[in-house]
Structure formats: C-alpha cells, structure tokens
Design a protein around this ligand. Sequence first.
Ligand code: IMP
Length: 420
Amino acid sequence: MPVTLVVGAQWGDEGKGRIIDWLSSSASVVARFGGGANAGHTVRVGERTYKLRIVPSGVIAGVEHCIIGPGTVVSPSSLIAELESLRAGGVDVSHVWLSDLAHLILPYHIELDASSERSLGGAALGTTGNGIGPAYVDRAARTGIRAGDLADMPRCLEMLAARTQTARAAGAAVDLKVMTSDLTRHAQALLPHVRDTVSLLHDQLEAGKRVLAEGAQGTLLDVNLGTYPFVTSSVTVSGGACTGLGFGPKEVEHVVGVAKAYCTRVGAGPFPSELNDDTGEALRERGLEFGVVTGRPRRCGWLDLAALRYAVQINGLTHLAMTKLDVLDGFAEISVGVGYEGQDASAFPFVLARGAKPRYKQLRGWSQPTSGARAWEQLPSAARDYVEFVESHTRTPISYVSVGPERSQIIVRPGAPQLS
Ligand code: IMP
C-alpha cells in the first residue's frame, strides 16, 4: 500500500510541513488534498526558511511530482506569487501540478469572506481572509470556476462575468474588467501546471511509487467533525485525502497525525486548555506562535489529550509526530488535559462548545535543553516520560519527536514509517 497520509491532529499549525519535508525525501509524489492558501507550512533547511501556502511541502525536497489536488481551492495570483518566490529561492517548480478539478478563488471570494466576517460582528470566525469559505460555497452551489476551465478562456470569462453579477448582488465591489485581464494573464502562467492529476496519481500508484498525501489545517478545523462553526470549509481529516485526490482507502498504509507538545489555535472558537496568563505568553514567545499567513498571535495552552484521542479515532492515526517538544524545556511542571470536569469527553466536539474545563494531570518538567538531542536516549528522562504518557493515553506510537526547526532536529523512533 503505497500511500502515507499526514494530517494535523489539533487546530492547525502543528508543524506538518517539517514532517512532510522529512518523509518527502523518500516519496515520489506529494499531494495536497484540501484547503487553500489559508494554510502556512514552514520548512527550514540550513539557513533558508521556506514559507509555503498551497504548494505541497515536498517541493523543497525535490520530489518527482507535487500535486495540488481536486479538493483544494486555489487563488491564481497567490499560487503564481508562491511559485515565483520558490523559483527565486532556487527551488525547481516545473513538477508542481494543479488539478484541473481544483476550484479557483477569485477576488469576489475574498471580498465576500471579509463582508461575511463583518456581518457576523462579535461572532466572527476569524478566518484567514483568503476567500476559502466563499470558494467552497460556490463549489457546493455548482457555480464555481475550476482550473481546467482556464483552458477555454472565452467560456471561462463568460462564467466569470456571470459569477461577478451574483457576487456584486451579494455586496462584493469587484471590477470585472480588472478581473478579466488578470485572469487572462494568470491563465497563461498557470496552464503549464494544470493537468489531470487523478490519472497522474494512479499511474504513479500502479508503478508502485510512494505517495505522500499532505493535509492542511487540523482535525478540529474539519468542516464535518471539527468545532463547527469555528472551522474551515474543507475536509481536513484523513478521509478527505481519498475524496480530495481521487483514490480509494485500500491504498493507504500509514496515517501520521502531527501534534504539538502543547496546543495552539488561531481565530475564534472553543479551546478548553487555553492559557490567558504568563504561561500562555511564555509558550507563545518560546514557540514563536504567530500565524505564517496572517501574522496573528496564536492562542496557546496545554496539550489536550481528550481532543488528541478524538483526532486519533477519526483519522485512524497509526502514528503520531510530536513537534516543538523543546518549547516545554524549563517548565518545572507541565499540565496535560486528560478529560473535562464533569463532562463526558465522548460527546466530542459538542463538549467543547459547552464550555468544557479540562481536568489536568501534572507531569514533572525538565530543565535541560532538548534541542541538541538527536536520539531518544539523549532526551531528559522527564521529557521521555512526557512523550510516553501521551503515547499511552492516546494508544498511538509517537514515532517522530521534533526538538527544533531544523531537519536534523527530528528524532525518529523505531517503527516510524520510512517510505523507501
Ligand atoms: P478560513 O479557512 O480562512 O475560512 O478560516 C476558518 C478558521 O480556520 C479560522 O479560525 C482560521 O484561523 C482557521 N484556519 C484556517 N487555516 C488555518 C491554518 O492553516 N492554521 C490554523 N488555523 C487555520
């Protein structure tokens, strides 16, 4: 079974890009299955930091094919800018393929995202403002424009004109002339990258090539299973890889969930273990918890194992990767949420919306820095205990532990998926 799937196990920003970058070294194909440029994956190689929005993280490792799949929504201008900045950084982007079935995010989607947030007032979701929700609305309403439509520009522009009328009626102040000339120019730049990625993927699977399916955002932001309505508009859980790329579950061998050693969340919505105190501030400063896409400070808190257990179940996680363990260095004691006060953690995610308060277990911290550790045995024993506690509570092996942003700072434990 040639597919390994990597998903975020919390509220996004778990460090998936680094784990995908590491696994990419032995994959032939890396494919993004959902979301859009609302995601921000950071990959650091040596002195260089790459910030990816929609292009799969495998592009840095130079995999044979990088696919932006049918389940994604893509802004032409933002993808072109991302490809240009990767090129400028010396990355070969000639093998980045945009599915002809992926939906386009156009300027009116961005306008509608902003106006919808404004109209929600105090109940705003805190979206990334990239037009993700309105683009998925158009897809569901069957009024979207797809990347494959760019191949027939006259028809595509007719669709654009029709959609602009509807968007204007909904309050979007957009200029059709500007959009027409921009889209015509963008089509020229993008068409060499647009193709039928479903058959490409199946050719690769039939040839026995290793495929890495890359999730975006996180489990608790899933439109069906997350903390609705404070979620994104796509399927972020592992099942979304099949529908978002066009293959069946029988192809999947490993499902890796990436979770930080603590929790963060951007935007509004329930977050029971959030710390609005000096400890939360310390986590934010040490963990550099500011959004890659929006620059917003992230909300920070202790690890919530009830939420993580839910992520294990609904994704069918076979392995976990724990990132940013080094951020916990120096805490005398570390709290871990193991359930909710007086609440049944099985009523997930409604339990969160009811104002659940975590039940904490205190674990001992460690004073030695972990960032220099390159092997499991080099971690302080309290840090190993912490990882093992999470493993036993989630009943899932933590096969990767990261202790810093460099590729070399990922400790790979026995039994971890190796794609070669
Ligand atoms: P949207 O995806 O821009 O519509 O935003 C919906 C919610 O998902 C907001 O709370 C965002 O902050 C959150 N969100 C979207 N993408 C990411 C991400 O990549 N990391 C973390 N949160 C995200």
